[in-house]
Design a protein around this ligand. Structure first.
Ligand SMILES: [Zn+2]
Length: 629
């Protein structure tokens, strides 16, 4: 993506339009302001950490800072300035990448202690020509631990004539000890309209005619990165030969026509599977990548959801997004949008890994079609409650009107309320004469209901990633290793050791014979690094508890048994034969059922009063496989 189509150096816009000073650096006003204040008040740190996504201008900023520090002005008498002149010997030499006192190093290719040692040695000598010796180290998180340690001493007591400028895309991989000695600047993703405007100026300077919509597509695909955007613009210009329109850019990016993405989403939400497949096939034939189509649908789902929450967001959007988007956002229920998001996301993952992406995409969309008119978990639960309540009160068992979640003739179901126009699939309570899609719909309905019965609460909130984690329990320690992508150690900790004692800073365990022999020191090293404090990890002779994984399996089993015994779950299982209990999520520590199911009990007036199975033609469900999505 970053190469130009013809590879000719003339076209490399990212280089040609690289900002030479802060006034031409776009989208980073906040950082520039902070930097300016620091420089003008003379409180410049000796080390900077520039962080942000790739292509956002980190090394460019580092070079401008190097100029700012060393500029002597056109007359040779100026001091450090936020507006380097660009003409003095230092500015020119730095711009041309040949200044003796400004060293740039890419930590991605030079990660070792020897590379750092060179720098550490050089730091002792005064700059040859400039005011400061500046070391720019890109992708600094790639340095080895040894290299970081070597650097640390210099960072603690740097000579006054030395400045370090570090850049990284992964700030979390930089040791806290290093971070704490740097002034940190976060470079932000450049917003789409700023990128568009920037690209428009460049297109004009390049004398290329490019439509605003095409610019917007490029800016969008750049995802906040100026460099990526300019590479795409290069490519678009090479493709277009002087005139670039949105269609060309779409082709280049493999994007489907925006209007057709809207059409597709509309059909999906209506559950019109044949039409969806026809349109998808058509888009595929005209060159759209199935993965990109799914990404577009996801993006549209996100946009519509946002629009529901913040209707004002439409003001700055493109025409189609604004008009059609607003209309769709109004018609669709939030629960349906969030479900579509989840299913599309799953579908995207499958499609990315599938041997035949188009087939995987078709499957994902068919699934979504059949889910379109199902009730949301909340609706299913309500229906279940209402049905049970009515039955108990009337004394005559009747199928709740919308328990199956699909639209009954009376138009009562909530799903139909939310989405006025879905085709009405048969009611699950009717005999098995339905079209072939019926079992699928029923299956999903039963899943929805059972999932609801077991866990209608919101997903357990994920712990936010704090800057410095501080695990206090063994489970938290294991979770930290999982989060930090150390699966082998996490595996060993959860399966191959018996926890004896755990408190912040201290961990004791008895390793099983299969555990790696150096487990304790490695765990200690990682914990100390991540938490920024010293951890003692020792091997104990005490028996300790059962390994964590085993404890969890037992707890899960016990929870399952309790949940299965719950009257509401039993009722749901009877109502939806073929349903299985997938997961049980506890709301509190005792693993009890959630509050809303207690309310459900009240509605069921007598709890044990489960509907008689013969009311519902069980043979209709026999072909239903276990749920798989
Ligand atoms: Zn200068």
């Amino acid at each position: 993506m970053t190469d130009t189509a013809d590879g000719s150096p003339y076209h490399v816009l990212a280089r040609k339009y690289r900002p030479a000073d802060f006034s031409t650096l776009i989208g980073q006003e906040a950082m520039v302001r902070t930097l300016r204040n620091a420089l003008e008040s003379g409180r410049l740190a000796h080390a900077f950490m520039l962080t942000g996504v790739r292509g956002v201008g980190k090394t460019t900023t580092a070079r401008i800072i190097a100029k700012a520090l060393n500029c002597i002005g056109p007359d040779g008498k100026g001091g450090p300035t936020m507006d380097p002149c660009g003409v003095c010997e230092h500015c020119v030499a730095i711009a041309e990448d040949r200044h003796v006192d400004v060293q740039e190093m890419d930590a991605a290719s030079r990660t070792g202690i020897d590379d750092i040692r060179e720098i550490i040695e050089g730091v002792r000598y005064r700059p040859a020509a400039a005011r400061y010796k500046v070391y720019i180290i890109d992708e600094v998180h790639m340095l080895s631990r040894q290299a970081f340690n070597g650097l640390l001493k210099t960072l603690e007591e740097p000579p006054p004539h030395v400045k370090f400028l570090f850049a990284t895309t992964e700030i979390r991989k930089v040791p806290v000890t290093v971070l704490s000695r740097c002034q940190r600047f976060d470079l932000r993703r450049v917003p789409i309209d700023v990128l568009s405007a920037h690209f428009a100026r460049i297109a004009e300077a390049e004398k290329v005619e490019i439509s605003p919509e095409a610019l917007r597509l490029v800016a969008h695909a750049a995802d906040g990165s100026v460099r990526d955007g300019l590479s795409l613009l290069d490519q678009a210009i090479a493709h277009g030969g002087g005139v670039v329109d949105a269609g060309q850019v779409r082709d280049m990016l493999g994007l489907a026509d925006r209007g057709r993405v809207f059409d597709l989403f509309d059909l999906l939400m209506k559950g019109d599977a044949p039409a969806v497949l026809a349109l998808l096939g058509d888009m595929y034939d005209s060159g759209a990548d199935p993965v990109v189509v799914l990404q577009d649908l996801l993006e549209l789902t996100h946009w519509l959801t946002r629009l529901k929450v913040v209707p004002d967001a439409a003001a700055t959007a493109a025409e189609l997004e604004r008009t059609r988007g607003a209309d769709m956002a109004r018609r669709l229920a939030m629960a349906h949008l969030t479900r579509a998001w989840q299913m599309l996301l799953k579908g995207l993952q499958e499609t990315q890994g599938a041997p035949s992406p188009i087939r995987a995409a078709e499957m994902a969309m068919i699934r979504l079609c059949y889910a379109a008119d199902l009730p949301t978990p909340a609706e299913a639960l309500r229906a279940l409650n209402d049905g049970a309540g009515t039955r108990a009160a009337a004394g005559a068992p009747t199928m709740p009107a919308s328990a199956g979640g699909s639209a009954g003739p009376a138009g009562a179901p909530a799903a139909a309320r939310a989405m006025p126009q879905p085709p009405q699939p048969p009611q699950p309570s009717r005999p098995p004469a339905g079209p072939p899609n019926a079992p699928v719909a029923r299956l999903a309905a039963s899943n929805a209901a059972v999932a609801t019965a077991a866990a209608p609460t919101q997903a357990v909130p994920q712990q936010d990633e704090p800057p410095k984690p501080n695990p206090a329990t063994f489970a938290e320690v294991v979770a930290l290793f999982e989060r930090q992508r150390e699966p082998k150690l996490a595996y060993s900790l959860s399966r191959e050791v018996h926890p004896v004692r755990c408190e912040p800073g201290r961990l004791e365990f008895r390793p099983a014979p299969t555990a790696p022999r150096d487990l304790a020191p490695r765990v200690a090293e990682h914990l100390s690094q991540w938490t920024g404090r010293r951890w003692m990890v020792s091997v104990s002779g005490d028996a300790g508890e059962a390994p964590l994984a085993q404890q969890r399996a037992q707890a899960e089993d016990a929870r399952r048994q309790r949940a299965l015994a719950h009257p509401l779950v039993q009722a749901a299982m009877t109502l939806f034969p073929g349903a299985t209990l997938e997961t049980v999520r506890a709301k509190d520590d005792d693993g009890g059922m959630i509050a809303s199911s207690v309310a459900a009990d009240a509605g069921m007036a007598g709890g044990e009063d489960v509907p008689e199975a013969e009311e519902y033609p069980t043979d209709a469900f026999e072909e239903i496989p276990e749920r798989d999505y």
